[in-house]
Design a protein around this ligand. Structure first.
Ligand SMILES: Nc1nc2c(c(=O)[nH]1)N[C@H]1C(S)=C(S)[C@@H](COP(=O)(O)OP(=O)(O)OC[C@H]3O[C@@H](n4cnc5c(=O)[nH]c(N)nc54)[C@H](O)[C@@H]3O)O[C@H]1N2
Ligand SMILES: Nc1nc2c(c(=O)[nH]1)N[C@H]1C(S)=C(S)[C@@H](COP(=O)(O)OP(=O)(O)OC[C@H]3O[C@@H](n4cnc5c(=O)[nH]c(N)nc54)[C@H](O)[C@@H]3O)O[C@H]1N2
Ligand code: SF4
Ligand SMILES: [Mo]
Length: 737
């Protein structure tokens, strides 16, 4: 029996945990009080992780789909050989670029899968490389690239020294923070007000975070108006930090032109926030000294996400709050991901455009929302075979029905996933991965934004099911069968031909050892290496806080200054100003997403202890409910121009009048029985993926600010939509049960 410290890979917080393991069997999980970043905090999802490992619905052997739609278990060799044969056939008929790779959210904590998937896409030289980041983070990568010279340069808040925190479209008390890995985020935010500072939360809903602080309700998908209005006030009233701007920034005049046509009365009408509040927020923010604007999913999944993220950074910059204590900071990861991505020419923006919809490439990837058209539109480069890792994209991408139809049309679809989902019920093969605790690894994504920089690498602690394999190994085996080595490195293919295939930790270890905290292969005695981290039970703290005062040295722009002037932002501002009303008479309500504490995107709904007795609830304001005869507990139909689903109503003044909030991922119909049993509707059946309705600058999806109508179900005469009733996957034999 032993107690082992590890880290949680369910969400970005990457909390430190402790597991009691006996003979390879997990007995208990607790928070790790010694972890430098999370200091003894963990949420219920981390604590109940063991339920996922032993879930009776987990896929534990490779599954092959039969012509009747059921799945039967096959050996690894059968599965991999057949996949290789079919891939070679697709490549013979088209070429390598018709093979695609898609990685979902959990691959951010699965460094092997993440790196090998990148390598596989590079070796295929395919443009069909899709990541979950392309639905909600591409806007960050675009702003990082244009302003600071590298996609991965994404500043995050230094809450501990802050006096004014303006949060837009984020609910960190529930999400535990995103594009930041700041432990105990609730306490840190409460610390701001305890020190006499202010936290203001701009959100269509009085969220769990907003309830603790000041709340300003906003109409969904209008944040760019609020931010542009604030910028206009700050510039007009000369409330900028001129010394900071003179020393570090190019393009301040561009900003003046950019907001010249921003009318504050229109900003008020668009956002639903009175003009005086916009002006006061701008003045208070500029006067605060140590302040930060932080925006997340609510500001990243609207029609103007890149412009919004740009304006967020601009407000921090013009007030001198970037790279300053109490403002926002760039982190110092143990692994220099910026150098790595630059060396392999992954870093970039708009070097090429997508085939069907003409979206700019971001970090060498295409937007997930465009995938269905890439599958169904004929021509050179058409996507015909797809390998996915850790993504339930048929549920989590916009226009879910179109995605499902397109997936069913592929010549070959291989999914690496521990569950039979709505997505991989269409796959020819479902291949079972080892999960966190069953594989070694370090928190790859957390490294980019650690509030307290630290390093941790944990070994396999729990015995995996005999049929499960590492995701990276599965990808490597698939590549091997088509004669490729999954790596972007020059000369890699030659190495592959010579039979030299190294596990991904080898390259990572070299990078880490040569990195800022590395042991330089013995030259730096206190430095870190994978071996040293594996021997250490727990995380090693590398600094007290994320560093500040690093500019201009830390910038990667050619000028070594922050570059504000880019045509893309001028174009996006014109597009914003030209946009007409987002609702119409038939669909007068604006829909937005509500994340729930015990869910993790589209999964974990299969763990009874996490799902509890939850159902899919539509939150609606009392005025809007009364006007429609809707009461709490009633079944309601929610319809948009693109689809219709059902949910259970909750009448509450938490949500702003004219808006309705819905959790994103109910209406399951895969092979996960508990999740299916939760019923409800699938949010993304209501969401369009038309290119002109997405964020055109980055390809981010638009989930929020969808025009809908809500009606009591009794008034609906047409049949109910498919998602709530259908259970389509039957598993033959014992696999997956
Ligand atoms: N418990 C839990 N934690 C999670 C996840 C989960 O599913 N469950 N998912 C993880 C993932 S992948 C991510 S990206 C992060 C997201 O992390 P956050 O962004 O902090 O979490 P969200 O709950 O999506 O918060 C978005 C907020 O934006 C509001 N909103 C919606 N539209 C608008 C708008 O147009 N403008 C403004 N100002 N607000 C708007 C919503 O009401 C919501 O409160 O959470 C991560 N953590
Ligand atoms: N309407 C609406 N839609 C949204 C959002 C929203 O706010 N509103 N948010 C969007 C956002 S921010 C994101 S990030 C996406 C997330 O969407 P996805 O990228 O699809 O991620 P998840 O829903 O978390 O699905 C993860 C899948 O990975 C599998 N999995 C878990 N661990 C592993 C592993 O170790 N290996 C393998 N191979 N598989 C694993 C799970 O079983 C599950 O099927 O959803 C987006 N969709
Ligand atoms: S907050 Fe996130 S990282 Fe921390 S225990 Fe919960 S799920 Fe895991
Ligand atoms: Mo996300």
């Amino acid at each position: 029996m032993g107690d082992h410290k590890f880290w949680c890979g369910v969400c970005e917080a990457s909390c430190g945990l402790e597991a009691t393991v006996e003979h390879g069997k997990l007995l208990e999980i607790r928070p790790d009080p010694t972890h430098p970043n999370s200091t003894g905090f963990a949420c219920v999802k981390g604590i109940r992780w063991g339920d996922v490992l032993t879930d009776p619905d987990r896929v534990v052997e490779p599954l092959q789909r039969q012509s009747d739609g059921s799945f039967v278990p096959v050996s690894w060799e059968t599965a991999l050989d057949d996949i290789g044969r079919r891939l070679r056939e697709v490549i013979r008929r088209h070429d390598r670029t018709s093979v695609g790779v898609a990685i979902g959210n959990p691959s951010g904590w699965n460094y092997g899968a993440f790196l090998v998937a990148f390598g596989m896409a590079a070796a295929l030289r395919t443009k069909h490389f899709y990541t979950a980041g392309s639905v909600d983070i591409n806007n960050y990568w675009v702003v990082g690239h244009t302003l600071y010279g590298h996609n991965l340069m994404t500043p995050f808040p230094d809450f501990d020294r802050q006096e004014f925190t303006l949060i837009l479209g984020a609910n960190p008390v529930v999400s535990h923070g995103s594009m930041m890995t700041v432990g105990r985020v609730r306490e840190r935010l409460l610390g701001v007000t305890k020190r006499g500072g202010r936290v203001v939360v701009v959100d269509p809903r009085r969220t769990e975070t907003a309830k603790l602080f000041e709340h300003v309700p906003i109409r969904p998908d209008t944040d760019a108006w609020l931010l542009a209005g604030m910028l206009r006030v700050i510039l007009d009233e000369d409330r900028v930090d001129s010394g900071y701007l003179a020393s570090l920034v190019n393009g301040v005049d561009f900003l003046r032109t950019l907001v010249a046509d921003i009318d504050l009365d229109r900003a008020a009408a668009e956002t639903g926030i009175v003009r005086e509040t916009i002006e006061t927020l701008a003045r208070d923010f500029a006067a605060a000294g140590r302040a930060c604007v932080y925006g997340r999913c609510g500001t990243s999944t609207g029609g103007f996400s890149t412009l919004t993220k740009y304006l967020i950074d601009v407000l921090n910059i013009v007030t001198g709050n970037l790279d300053r204590p109490g403002g926002t900071t760039f982190s110092r990861p143990m692994l220099d991901a910026e150098l790595f991505t630059r060396l392999f020419k992954i870093d970039g923006y708009d070097r090429w455009r997508t085939r069907v919809d003409n979206f700019p490439e971001v970090l060498g990837t295409s937007p997930l929302a465009t995938m269905p058209r890439e599958i169904t539109t004929p021509g050179p480069g058409q996507l015909r075979a797809l390998v996915t890792v850790a993504t339930n994209l048929a549920t989590t991408s916009p226009n879910s029905p179109e995605m499902e139809r397109a997936l069913a049309d592929l010549d070959l679809f291989v999914s690496l996933d521990p569950y039979l989902t709505e997505t991989n019920r269409h796959a020819h093969y479902v291949l079972p991965p080892k999960l966190l605790l069953e594989r070694e690894g370090f928190p790859l994504f957390g490294q980019l934004h650690y509030g307290v920089p630290n390093a941790q690498w944990t070994d396999e602690l729990v015995t995996p099911p005999p049929g499960a394999r590492d995701d990276w190994w599965i990808l490597d085996q698939i590549c091997k069968r088509i004669g490729l080595l999954p790596s972007p490195a020059p000369g890699a293919q030659l190495m592959g031909k010579l039979g030299l295939r190294l596990p991904p930790w080898v390259g990572v270890d070299v990078f880490m050892r040569l990195g800022p905290d590395g042991d330089l292969f013995g030259l730096r005695r206190r430095g870190i290496s994978r071996k040293k981290l594996l021997r250490h039970n727990g995380a090693i703290q590398l600094a007290d806080s994320a560093p500040t005062g690093m500019l201009p040295k830390r910038l990667r722009t050619r000028s070594k200054r922050i570059e504000l002037a880019h045509d893309v932002y001028a174009r996006e501002m014109q597009r914003l100003i030209a946009r007409t009303a987002i609702v119409d008479e038939e669909h007068p309500l604006l829909l937005f997403t509500i994340r729930e504490n015990r869910s993790q995107n589209s999964w974990l709904h299969n763990v009874p202890a996490l799902l509890g007795d939850r159902v899919c609830v539509l939150r609606i304001h009392p005025d809007d409910a009364a006007a429609r005869g809707i009461s709490t507990g009633a079944e309601v139909a929610i319809s948009s121009r693109w689809g219709r689903i059902t949910a259970t109503a909750a009448v509450t003044d938490e949500v702003m009048p004219g808006t309705v909030g819905l959790p994103p991922h109910f209406g399951h119909h895969g092979g996960w029985r508990t999740a299916n049993g939760a019923g409800g509707g699938r949010y993304n059946d209501l969401v369009p993926n038309d290119p002109e309705l997405m964020d055109v600058a980055s390809g981010n999806a638009r989930f929020n600010g969808i025009a809908v109508q809500a009606t009591p179900v009794t008034l609906v005469t047409e049949p109910q939509p498919q998602a709530s009733a259908e259970v389509g996957v039957q598993v033959a034999g014992s696999a997956g049960r």
